[in-house]
Ligand binder design. Structure first.
Ligand code: ADP
Length: 340
């Protein structure tokens, strides 16, 4: 078990800042997901925590111990990579055992550890197979087992599911959530996939251009985005954003600094009649409709030509029709001119 703290940490590669003065606390036992677009600095952050990369500025603490000068091997951190990094000429057992032999763990203890861990990750029937004889999901489990036998305080997982097909990815997500619940250890998980982040994390750290844009639970990030970046990165389709100029004055009592309003696709509904409830309305033109089982996603062209998504259970609206888009006040989120 371990908590991690980054204080004013930066990382510079030549004259480029990959990480710009971030402060981050990762709570003991949490499943913390770092998410953000490619190149935003997620892997660099992980590598600095693991001790594979040295920060240019700032301090890193693991369990209140300053680890700036502690080697990767002595940080109590185990890392699982997206390409699994298995040894192809070794069996599953040898792959798992390798690090233990290197650490001079005696045979009886090695066997006990391997037995315990292979059962947790359901590999007990596969110990004599070669990596080439395993499915992608099983290889992923070997990589996990290899990290787990070290009994680390922190697991660091860098896009571990990105090489799996969509169906297996969903299954492995659940397995990882269960594994985290069983081990009760701190997990730090990196992904560029916001759906993966939302479904797995107890806490999400959203990054962009070397900075932290928002840190919160998945539900808070969805319902209360702190800035336009967060509003548009999380959610599929993304939150609709309109400038106040496009919509005109909304309500009598409104903060004069408000420059943008946002609403989730499911926070609006379509109506044929203009009503005057405590809601914002504007006209739109239905351009396409995508049926997703019980729900439907309408794509509309708003008054100023912009694209608007509305998600609904109501499938009766027809294409190429004019409708009112109505958003109850409680479903609106507001941002100032800086996007905050
Ligand atoms: P992410 O994991 O979010 O995709 P990275 O942490 O890998 O992002 O990279 C952040 C930025 O730092 C990128 O612009 C990347 O090109 C740069 N970068 C990462 N590692 C190095 C390196 N070893 N040398 C130079 N630039 C690097």
């Amino acid at each position: 078990m371990a908590s991690i703290e980054l204080r004013n940490v930066s990382k510079q590669f030549k004259d480029m800042y990959a990480i710009k003065h971030i402060d981050l606390t990762i709570e003991d036992g949490s499943f913390t997901v770092l998410v953000g677009p490619s190149g935003c600095g997620k892997s660099t952050t992980l590598r600095m925590i693991a001790g594979l990369e040295r920060q240019s500025e700032g301090d890193i603490y693991i369990n209140d111990r300053l680890v700036n000068d502690v080697s990767a091997a002595d940080r109590g951190v185990a890392m699982v990579f997206q390409n699994y990094a298995l040894y192809p000429t070794m069996t599953v057992r040898q792959n798992i055992e390798f690090g233990l032999i290197n650490n001079k763990v005696e045979k009886a203890k090695r066997n006990a550890l391997i037995e315990e861990i292979s059962e947790i990750v359901s590999l007990d029937g596969y110990m004599d197979r070669m990596p080439s004889e395993l499915s992608g999901g099983q290889r992923q489990r070997v990589a996990l087992a290899r990290a787990m036998v070290k009994k680390p305080d922190v697991f660091i997982l860098d896009e571990p599911l990105s090489n799996l097909d969509a169906k297996l990815r969903v299954k492995m997500r659940l397995e990882l959530i269960k594994l985290h619940q069983k081990l009760q250890t701190t997990f730090i998980y990196v992904t560029h996939d916001q759906i993966e982040a939302m479904s797995m994390g107890t806490k999400i750290v959203l990054m962009n251009e070397g900075k932290i844009m928002q840190e919160s639970t998945p539900a808070e990030m969805y319902d209360f985005p702190e800035n336009l970046f967060s509003a548009q990165f999380i959610g599929s389709p993304p939150m609709n954003i309109r400038t106040i100029d496009q919509v005109g004055p909304l309500f009598e009592t409104m903060d004069p600094d408000v420059a943008y309003m946002g609403f989730r696709p499911e926070g609006a509904h379509l109506t044929k009649v203009y009503s005057h409830k405590d809601a914002v309305q504007f006209s739109g033109y239905i351009e396409s409709a995508e049926v997703l089982g019980s729900e439907i996603i309408y794509s509309l062209c708003g008054g100023s030509g912009e694209l608007i998504f509305v998600k609904s259970f109501d499938k009766k609206h027809t294409l190429n029709g004019n409708v009112w888009v109505e958003i109850p006040r409680e479903n609106l989120v507001f941002f100032n001119a800086n996007g905050d």
